[in-house]
Every structure is written in structure tokens, then in C-alpha cells.
Design a protein around this ligand. Sequence first.
Ligand SMILES: C[S@@+](CC[C@H](N)C(=O)[O-])C[C@H]1O[C@@H](n2cnc3c(N)ncnc32)[C@H](O)[C@@H]1O
Length: 228
Amino acid sequence: MPRSSQNLPECWDTYKPHKGDGEPPAPDVDTFEWTQHPGHGPADDFLGGPRTALELGSAEGREAVFLARKGVDVTALDFSSAQVERARRWWGGVDHLRFVHAEACDFLASTDATYDTVFSIWGAVWFTDPGNLIPLVAKRLNPGGVFAFSQAEPIEGYYGPQAMYGNGLSGRKLTVLRWNYAPETWADILKRDGFTDVDAQVLAAPDPADVGTLLVRAVYPLGESPEE
Ligand SMILES: C[S@@+](CC[C@H](N)C(=O)[O-])C[C@H]1O[C@@H](n2cnc3c(N)ncnc32)[C@H](O)[C@@H]1O
């Protein structure tokens, strides 16, 4: 069975499109949201008060802006040039914040920088093989650093890489994979890669009949590089 994703940057260029005319205005950034239900769940305190942060798959950059305005030094990356260009236009004047145009694994494998936290909100972590990504994240965390991410609640029984058509059902064929696991499987994956204090859970939606959010937080205790 083919398991290769064509998670191409271009297919994300139109994510969160502007529906009006002209240059879209920068959105308000008053909250830090992990879930698809505004005001629901933890806020940035879930990251444990970092001084430095790396976001994987930042798109509009709202959460990166929220942290930077609190004085956190933030690097926000996305491999969609349109997302990065828009974020830079909107947020170019925000101190302590830079947007990087890069693929998550490529960036993590090539940078020497380390961070107090690496996080992803329905971002690159969802769309990247954790066997490739998570060891690279561990290498870029400071001792005691926090790795945290959110994505859709998995559908019970449908685990592993899940394929979808990236250009919709009437567009050109493009296979995009999303990695969905039960919380206990995410915990096993993270512990295997040296993380401790793993908190992996499904946060129910405000109406429990609606889709919830997978929310994961783990600590990299020593900042040591995992085995190659
Ligand atoms: C569903 S959007 C979520 C964006 C944002 N965090 C939010 O909550 O609105 C996923 C984002 O991750 C980016 N992305 C997906 N895979 C990536 C990868 N391997 N490297 C860098 N960015 C990636 C996409 O370009 C897209 O902007």
C-alpha cells in the first residue's frame, strides 16, 4: 500500500483565504487557541512559560504573535510561501518574532538553534510522519523543554496515516496524509523518543457530541540528542 504523502506547500497557499476585496486586514489576536472551539481548553500556559518558542506550521501566525507580544522570542515556520508572505505583511512590526519559510523536518535538521518549547496547532505535526519529525524536535529542545501540539480528535479505530485529497474532491489528485493515533499511542511514541511527563488526551468539545481535540504535551528532560 503506498504510504507517501504529497503534502505540498502549494496546497496550503489558499488556507484561510480572504473573502473580501483588496488586502485582507490583520486579524485580532486576543487569545491563544489550541482547539477549533474558540475560548475552549488551555491557553498559552500549556507551554509552561517559555522564553523561546518554535511553531511548526504557523499559517496566519496568530499564536506566534500572541506569544511574541508577551515577550517570548518566537520563530514561526511554514512551508507555504503564501502563508509566510501574508504573515510577514501583517506582523512585520511585532518584536521578538520572525517567520521562516521552511519545511519542518528540513529546518529542524539544519538549524543549531534550541528552544524552550516547540509547538504545533493543527500544523506540521499532524501532516508529518512522527517517526521522522519527533526525534528532530527532541534535538532542538533545551533541557526541560516542552513539545506540545493539537489536532483533530482521531476517529476511534482509524489510526496511522490517513489519506485525503489535498485539492478537494473536484480538484487534481494530491494525496495528503494526516497522522492520527489514540492518545496512548502518542504517549508511547513520545516516550520511545526520550520524552517524559507525557500528557496526551482528547479534550471533548463544549458539546460532547461535536468533534473534540487531541492535545499532547511532553517534556524533553535532559536536552540530550536521541540515538541516531
Ligand atoms: C491546518 S493548517 C494550521 C495552521 C495554523 N496553525 C492554524 O491553526 O490555523 C496547517 C499548516 O501547516 C503547514 N504545514 C503542513 N506541513 C508542513 C511541513 N511539513 N512543514 C512546514 N509547514 C507545514 C501548512 O502549510 C499549513 O499552513
